[in-house]
Design a binder for this molecule. Structure first.
Ligand SMILES: *[C@@H]1O[C@H](CO)[C@@H](O)[C@H](O)[C@H]1NC(C)=O
Ligand SMILES: *[C@@H]1O[C@H](CO)[C@@H](O)[C@H](O)[C@H]1NC(C)=O
Ligand SMILES: *[C@@H]1O[C@H](CO)[C@@H](O)[C@H](O)[C@H]1NC(C)=O
Length: 278
């Protein structure tokens, strides 16, 4: 009996990988993450991996704040059963959802927060968008109706900063670009994570600019300004600078990976993800 107990204890210590939770992106769902789940299972046998089945496909166009509350409910119950914490992998638009979850969920126990090609600083443009369309999208997005569509919640038009700040109901709040009373609390929750991993690359083809995956973004002349020179980084509004100076922000930039292949590319998994899932 004692032996069994001891053996179980040893097994848990040696093999106790933290559960992994995956939050999908725009127009996809858990099905797209079978390969990633298999990579984790092969390299870290026994890991519990959950790709959350919520707001799939067309429903992923629902407003981000709504998705934050839905995903939070499910993730909360996984966390409650994981006393050593969980790892969170968020793909593409899912990264924006995860930013909201981390900010608003008190006592979360997220260990590694991994953003897999997420437009973290917003999106402006895209693979099939002619320039003239971008203005139309801004007009569509920066009003009450437009804000009911997820993409509009992180559409960040550098030529319409005022409209973005006053009418976008998601990204400026999360970034602390507009002042609000919840900021100090959200910042504290954000600082509760142990590691932040930013994965992306120049051949992504969807995230525009691709540096948004690394917290960079366009200025008003469409020149990309890197993370460390973003105003909210410099002022450390939501905690990113503190996290970085703690040594807990890890960037992984990889070439030759198109957007839809990030989660099924074993090289990307081995070089950018595996080591953070212990
Ligand atoms: C995902 O895994 C399946 C089954 O193992 C395989 O057939 C498929 O090619 C993989 N997809 C990619 C993009 O690697
Ligand atoms: C994980 O891998 C093992 C061994 O290859 C396999 O038997 C098991 O079904 C896999 N589990 C999942 C969830 O894929
Ligand atoms: C996988 O990633 C490597 C870079 O790490 C890249 O060279 C390769 O083209 C990628 N394969 C696919 C199918 O995206």
């Amino acid at each position: 009996m004692f032996c069994v107990v001891l053996w179980t204890a040893v097994f848990v210590i040696v093999d106790g990988y933290r559960p992994v939770v995956i939050v999908h992106g725009l127009l996809d769902g858990p099905k797209q993450f079978i390969n990633l789940t298999n990579f984790i299972n092969e390299t870290h046998p026994g890991t519990s991996v959950t790709a959350i089945d919520l707001y799939d496909d067309m429903y992923s166009l629902m407003p981000i704040w709504l998705q934050v509350s839905g995903f939070s409910e499910q993730i909360k119950s996984i966390m409650e059963n994981a006393k050593d914490g969980i790892h969170l992998i968020c793909f593409s638009q899912g990264g924006l959802v995860c930013r909201g979850i981390i900010a608003t969920l008190p006592k979360h126990n997220v260990h590694s927060l991994i953003f897999l090609s997420s437009p973290l600083s917003g999106q402006y443009g895209g693979p099939i968008l002619p320039d003239c369309m971008k203005d139309c999208i801004s007009n569509l997005c920066y009003n009450v109706l437009g804000q009911h569509i997820s993409i509009c919640n992180y559409w960040n038009d550098p030529h319409h900063k005022e409209e973005y700040l006053s009418n976008n109901k998601y990204l400026p709040q999360i970034n602390g670009e507009i002042d609000h009373s919840k900021l100090p609390e959200w910042r504290e929750h954000f600082l509760g994570i142990k590691k932040l991993v930013l994965i992306g690359g120049p051949d992504d083809g969807v995230i525009t600019p691709w540096q948004s995956s690394q917290f960079g973004f366009y200025d008003s002349t469409e020149t990309v300004v890197e993370m460390k020179h973003q105003d909210w980084y410099v002022r450390d509004v939501f905690g990113l600078k503190t996290l970085d100076s703690r040594g807990d922000v890890h960037q992984c930039v990889v070439s030759d990976v198109q957007h839809i292949f990030w989660h099924s590319n074993f090289t990307v998994y081995k070089s950018c993800i595996e080591k953070w899932l212990t």
